[in-house]
Design a binder for this molecule. Structure first.
Ligand code: GLP
Length: 241
């Protein structure tokens, strides 16, 4: 693991976007794993800016996203489809057909899981996987559990996740209780993994991730120690509490 402690949110965003830019300068056909949440928004803003200035080009880029709530319309402003288009894809020159975001409904979830695993298989190894972290240590929507999914699956969201994510909804009851999420094997199928964390609310999860002497399935992010190019970028509040 490579740990980078930055002063604040702007600095983590700058650092992460520079790493992504370097990857893009070396490889004109980059494959991305993108994430939702407030943590990568600043990085996305920088990438949009760089793309507008012509410093980076997404015309041959491919992207796969980590997760999506179950039974949510893609045009619902709380959906991860909406988030990704609003915060990144509609502002850069990526081709629509190269953007992949999972979706699942209660009626078709088995087919939806299969379909997304097929997408992941055809896209193959990513150049960089961007991650945030839940307050309980979840990555994508892989929640603390006795067993962690290796591949895409439907997951039950923990109460603490529903509470944390309710800040984006009108009321807590509106937060979906299930999601479709990429599993650990697919998250790991990337040449580099960058996890971004900011703010004191992430302190416990980050300290547990850094210091855990074993794989702690109650903090799924600890599995990232097994990846040989894992970069953890945190701000001082997330690091020091
Ligand atoms: C959600 C997402 C995760 C994300 C996490 C943290 O639960 N499924 O992929 O990492 O939130 O979000 P934030 O960056 O807003 O703290």
């Amino acid at each position: 693991m490579r740990l980078i402690v930055c002063k604040n949110y702007d600095e983590i965003s700058k650092k992460a976007s520079e790493l992504v830019k370097n990857i893009m300068l070396e490889n004109p056909n980059p494959i991305f794993g993108f994430a939702t949440g407030s943590s990568p928004i600043g990085m996305y803003e920088n990438l949009i800016e760089m793309n507008k200035k012509g410093e980076i080009d997404f015309s041959n880029a491919v992207s796969v996203n980590l997760d999506e709530y179950m039974d949510i319309d893609e045009d619902n402003p709380q959906s991860y489809h909406y988030f990704m288009h609003d915060n990144l894809f509609s502002h850069i020159n990526i081709k629509k057909e190269n953007v992949h975001i999972p979706s699942a409904s209660s009626d078709t979830f088995e087919e939806d899981i299969k379909k997304y695993n097929e997408v992941l298989d055809s896209v193959g190894t990513r150049d960089v996987q961007i991650l945030g972290i839940g307050r309980n240590g979840h990555i994508a929507f892989n929640e603390p559990n006795d067993k962690l999914n290796l591949r895409t699956n439907i997951v039950d969201l923990k109460k603490s996740t529903i509470e944390a994510n309710s800040r984006f909804f009108e009321k807590e009851e509106d937060v979906p209780t299930k999601a479709i999420s990429m599993g650990l094997e697919d998250i790991f199928n990337s040449k580099m993994i960058i996890l971004l964390a900011s703010g004191a609310k992430k302190h416990d999860a980050i300290q547990n991730l850094i210091n855990s002497p074993y794989l702690d399935l109650q903090n799924p992010s600890t599995t990232l120690h097994l990846h040989n190019n894992f970069v953890l970028i945190v701000d001082e509040d997330a690091y020091n509490g």
